[in-house]
Design a protein around this ligand. Structure first.
Ligand SMILES: C[S@@+](CC[C@H](N)C(=O)[O-])C[C@H]1O[C@@H](n2cnc3c(N)ncnc32)[C@H](O)[C@@H]1O
Length: 781
């Protein structure tokens, strides 16, 4: 039983605290804001990317200022959480210095200096004789010196230790805590880079590919840039190279660390980094209750070793005696004196686990909370339990609790902590026109070349030891990988271009767009190109796609991927800020349209353009597009199971900034849609501000557009009790489901269509990433 279940099973009824809980409860009867909040560390509140900043507020946002007016309870708690995290960083001597890879005299990797650097990071407050001082004072040294002179810390580290997965995990966790790219670390193994390098970063929105895994059969995978994390990850280029160098100084690559691990140890390393990153809040809660101290006050090294040890004890069922390595690591990486604390906490945890008395958030209910099963105190207690038990920031848990209710919120929170499930798209383009033709039969769901191809690829995969099953949402085009993704990658399916790693929810966005052969398509935020290339496949290689993105580096990855996929001939890349480019194109288009009207008055009356709903009306020289996809940068709250660190990096301020940016991008994209053409707006967020509210507000201001509800396909087997299933029926009744427009737009499974006619998936309901898409049509006149 993992800790979440154990915590649940140990819940004392309100007011009935067990004897084991009582002392802790009495000792910690502070309000939620003090007791809950121990681990906002790692969130970086200051996005620096130009494209993350909406117009009108081009400056990088300031760290949030104290808010004068009273906040609602959830916001209050969250603010306290963040504040605590921030001051904790400062208190622990947290440094924002970006580490550089240490070079020796000949410019090569200097292991010794690297070790020294790492140890300094683990214990920024270390100073000469800090342990002696600690012993005589009975407290930790407060020296701010960063010099390392203690004898144990001067000695070079035992190579056996530095090649242990736990040592490497600690280095990587430190990097994550400093706000570094989790992706680059978890996927930064040489194997991961090699796999991704040839392919141009995979497809499912890109991806340096690496494998994180539990031991045994179960496989957990991390495909970094697959995640739509607001488009913050650069695929290559100087910045990324610099990032990789930084990562490698933390054991992510060079220096002989991770590279020397056997596959099993490497899987363990990935599991440790991902697991501890996800569960850090729950682990910090345990550490604080077992020590009666605040983890945020400890040196980073102590905090991380304890997280790691508690994770292994409670989630990996490591026997307590096996935790000696953690104590040893503390001695050499932090300071000998800290080892006693680590030892004490881990032993206490082992005993509590055996006795079934591990601390739980419920053991600290205040008197008010415990006497109230409903109302705001009850809600606060519930929120606190959910956020700590499932290790999420309070602000996210509060949002989902409000929207999904206790059961829905808990299911989503728990799903975000489960090993992610990956799916792959069968590249019908690489297989030739027959398969492509069948693949383009969107909504057919039947047999034909597409299904035959998917069947053949599935058989090949099974023969290679990869467990796959048919996709429930896009059968014939996608396969679910149950286990063996590492093998799939090693066998070269991705590098050869036969398969792309892509979540089915991303595929549904393209299905809603319904690209057809011959279309003139614009993908506005295209890089690294997962959706562009699926669209190319649906277009059977005929037509044109302009793939625009603000990141030239990510576009280079897209171009390489297009070449491998056999789509390069139809994809033109353009590096630009959509807002600026759209303004330019719209101005040129207006000039052309004026000239054209002068020449042909007929055009103005619509006589030459086909006209009518569903037909695209463009003058012959038009710069506008039949179909425009805006897959906007977003908070990525739909992909938290894959991007373990993202929950700690996102803040309510990001949400606000991104929503403002999305509004601007949507307005820009709309300028590029030909009359009668289609605009699909999508995100991999599950937040209403980024999705439904965004679209509704757009439609209010743009009467020239209307929502086209998604067309439901027939029911799929074993449909979940989806909250949206009833919406699908309603969407069907609204017209297009009856077949009138079926030939014009592809269908999507009814279970992913909301009441309003949007496509929306939720991880805990649909077993995919969370995503959203709306199909808007520009009226012909
Ligand atoms: C969610 S990702 C796109 C993923 C992509 N559609 C796929 O399926 O692979 C968002 C993209 O928007 C890009 N972006 C952000 N701001 C932009 C802007 N102002 N103009 C154009 N692209 C922008 C980012 O560089 C990032 O690649």
């Amino acid at each position: 039983m993992n800790v979440a279940n154990r915590m649940r099973s140990q819940l004392p009824a309100a007011g009935l605290l067990s004897a084991a809980h009582a002392p802790t409860a009495i000792a910690h009867r502070h309000p939620v804001s003090r007791t809950v909040l121990v681990s906002a560390i790692g969130s970086d509140d200051t996005p620096t990317k130009r494209f993350l900043v909406p117009r009108g507020s081009r400056r990088a946002p300031e760290p949030s200022q104290p808010v004068e007016q009273p906040l609602p309870p959830a916001r209050r708690d969250e603010r306290a959480h963040r504040e605590e995290g921030r001051s904790a960083r400062d208190g622990a001597g947290y440094s924002r210095d970006k580490p550089q890879r240490r070079l020796g005299p000949q410019g090569g990797f200097d292991r010794r200096r690297n070790e020294e650097h790492v140890r300094r990071k683990f214990n920024p407050n270390s100073s000469p004789n800090s342990d002696e001082r600690e012993e005589s004072n009975g407290s930790r040294s407060q020296s701010s010196s960063n010099e390392l002179h203690t004898s144990s810390q001067d000695a070079p580290l035992d190579p056996l230790l530095t090649s242990s997965p736990r040592y490497l995990a600690l280095q990587q966790l430190l990097r994550v805590e400093e706000g570094g790219a989790y992706v680059g670390l978890v996927n930064g193994s040489p194997g991961g880079w090699a796999l991704a390098g040839a392919q141009g970063q995979g497809q499912g929105q890109g991806g340096r590919q690496g494998v994180e895994g539990g031991e045994g059969d179960e496989e957990q995978l991390e495909f970094g840039a697959e995640l739509d994390d607001g488009g913050e990850e650069e695929e290559s280029g100087p910045r990324q190279q610099q990032q990789r160098r930084r990562d490698s100084s933390y054991g992510g690559g060079g220096g002989g660390g991770e590279a020397s691990l056997d596959p099993r140890s490497r899987r363990l390393l990935k599991e440790l980094v991902a697991g501890v990153t996800r569960l850090q809040r729950r682990l910090d809660f345990l550490a604080s209750r077992l020590s009666n101290q605040t983890p945020a006050d400890w040196e980073p090294g102590v905090r991380l070793v304890l997280r790691l040890g508690l994770f292994e004890l409670t989630e990996r069922q490591l026997p307590p005696h096996a935790l000696n390595e953690h104590v040893q690591l503390t001695k050499v990486l932090v300071r000998p004196g800290a080892a006693a604390l680590v030892n004490g906490v881990l032993r206490a945890a082992g005993r509590a686990l055996a006795a079934g008395t591990l601390p739980t958030p419920e053991s600290e209910l205040t008197v008010a909370d415990s006497s109230s099963s409903s109302g705001s105190a009850g809600n606060r207690a519930l929120l606190r339990r959910l956020a700590i038990t499932h290790s999420h920031p309070t602000w996210l848990a509060a949002r989902w609790l409000r929207r999904l209710g206790p059961d829905g919120a808990e299911a989503l929170l728990a799903r975000n902590n489960t090993p992610p499930v990956y799916s792959v798209r069968v590249n019908t383009l690489a297989a030739g026109p027959t398969a492509g033709a069948a693949g383009a039969a969107a909504g057919g769901g039947g047999s034909g070349g597409r299904d035959a191809l998917a069947g053949a690829v599935a058989a090949e995969l099974r023969a290679a030891g990869v467990k796959v099953e048919e996709s429930r949402w896009l059968p014939g085009e996608f396969l679910r990988v149950r286990s063996g993704l590492q093998q799939l990658l090693a066998e070269g399916f991705v590098t050869r271009g036969s398969l792309s790693v892509q979540d089915e929810s991303a595929g549904l966005v393209v299905a809603l767009l319904d690209p057809q052969p011959g279309d003139r398509l614009l993908d506005c935020c295209a890089a690294p190109g997962g959706k562009t290339l699926f669209a190319a496949a649906r277009m059977r290689g005929r037509g044109s796609i302009t793939a625009l993105d603000v990141s030239a580096a990510r576009l280079r990855a897209l171009r390489r991927a297009a070449e491998v996929a056999g789509a390069a001939h139809m994809v033109e890349t353009r590096a630009a800020d959509l807002r600026e480019w759209a303004a330019e194109v719209a101005a040129r288009e207006a000039r052309r349209a004026r000239e054209f009207r002068r020449e042909d008055d007929e055009w103005e009356r619509g006589g030459s353009g086909g006209g009518g709903r569903g037909g695209v009306v463009r003058h012959p020289d038009s710069l506008l597009y039949d179909k425009v996809l805006l897959d906007a940068p977003c908070t990525g709250t739909g992909v938290l199971s894959k991007r373990a660190d993202l929950r700690w990096r996102r803040t309510p301020e990001h949400l606000e900034q991104l929503a403002a940016l999305q509004g601007e991008l949507l307005r820009a994209a709309a300028q590029l849609v030909a009359p009668g053409g289609v605009l699909v707006y999508s995100t991999c967020s599950i937040e209403e501000e980024e999705n439904q509210l965004q679209v509704r507000s757009f439609l209010e201001r743009h009467p020239e557009f209307e929502l086209e509800p998604a067309t439901p396909l027939g029911p799929t087997h074993g449909s979940p009790q989806s909250p949206s299933a009833s919406g699908a029926a309603a969407a069907g009744r609204r017209g297009r489901g009856s077949g009138g427009h079926r030939g014009l737009s592809g269908g999507v499974p009814a279970e992913v269509i909301t009441e309003e006619g949007f496509v929306a998936t939720l991880p805990h309901v649909h077993d995919t990433d969370g995503a959203f898409a709306a199909r808007l049509r520009r009226l012909a006149r």
